[in-house]
Design a protein around this ligand. Sequence first.
Ligand code: GTP
Ligand code: MG
Length: 357
Amino acid sequence: MHPGVLHRRFLNDLSTSLFSFVLPLLPTSEELNVKEEVRGLIEKLIKTLEPSARLLSFGSSCNSFGLRNSDMDLVVLIDDPNATIEPGNFVESMASLLERETNFNVKPLPRARIPILKLELAPSPALPFGIACDIGIENRLAIENTRLLLTYATIDPARVRTLVLFLKVWSKRRRINSPYRGTLSSYGFTLMVLYYLVHVKQPPVLPNLQRIMPMRPMEEEEVMLEGRNVYFFDDVETLRREWSSVNFESVGELLIDFFRFFSHDFQFNNSVLSLRAGQLTKESKGWVNDIDVGGLNEMARDRNRLCIEDPFEITYNVARTVTKDGLYTIRGEFMRATRILTQRPDRAVLALAELCR
Ligand code: GTP
Ligand code: MG
């Protein structure tokens, strides 16, 4: 058979295999229900400490990029402007309350840079892996970036969700999704995929939501939160009606090209990935590797190996956890993935299995 035909067939096969790969890894409705019950229960308890407090989910439990048995990310928002609450103290009060009233294993980190409370619930029939959950205080930017990710997913769920979910599984199986061990968070990988779909692919698969302006008067253009512009175009109905991509590549093609782009084309040494603004230089952001760290340790110098600008906290490098070795490993994995997907064009299922081994 002609190599072109074989290749076509492999790509079709790869897309179908990606959907079937991801599907059984999605959370069950039972899991989602239990998690929502747990959230409601904790919220009720927290309201006894501060009646104006609400407890919201963010991260993968509500950006549509959640995998089965993933952690729960929760945040307490205090609505009463007169309530004077110091996050560290509030974490301590929540900890003693939840220790008294629930079966959770409770671990407060009130003096961390961002004070949080860690909770763990032992496994049960409905939740064979238990629940692990982090509760933060007043982190409203996380709610906004969760909404941004969800809106991107909603525009083209079949391609966007499949790509992100697959990359999350792949990065976990290949052990390059450990910010504490020098590699990249799920949030970082997700921003890489969205950057690629908005700024690298021509024609783009997704519009830049932080650049589309409302048809109505310009009042919404800047929405400030904690000194950051958190505006993005979130009118999904209008987007569905008036925006459609003229890029018709399949999810399999996009995946291969994603790996190829980050193996060969992206200039890790001097470029910054910005979902908001496209490719920027490290120099223009002041994120250079060899800043004079004046006797500080290696970690400080390692801060800007991989640079991913947060969509709203634009002075913040989401990939600051990635060390020199970490980046070397991540790039090696992109190359390995490219190799497997381009040199093994027989059965796509087998290629995916090998990719995630
Ligand atoms: P899994 O837990 O691996 O399923 O992925 P996740 O989608 O929950 O991602 P992750 O745990 O990495 O991050 C959860 C949420 O925390 C993200 O959706 C962001 O809202 C927020 N977050 C995580 N890391 C950062 C960061 O470095 N900067 C900022 N501003 N927010 C972050
Ligand atoms: Mg999470």
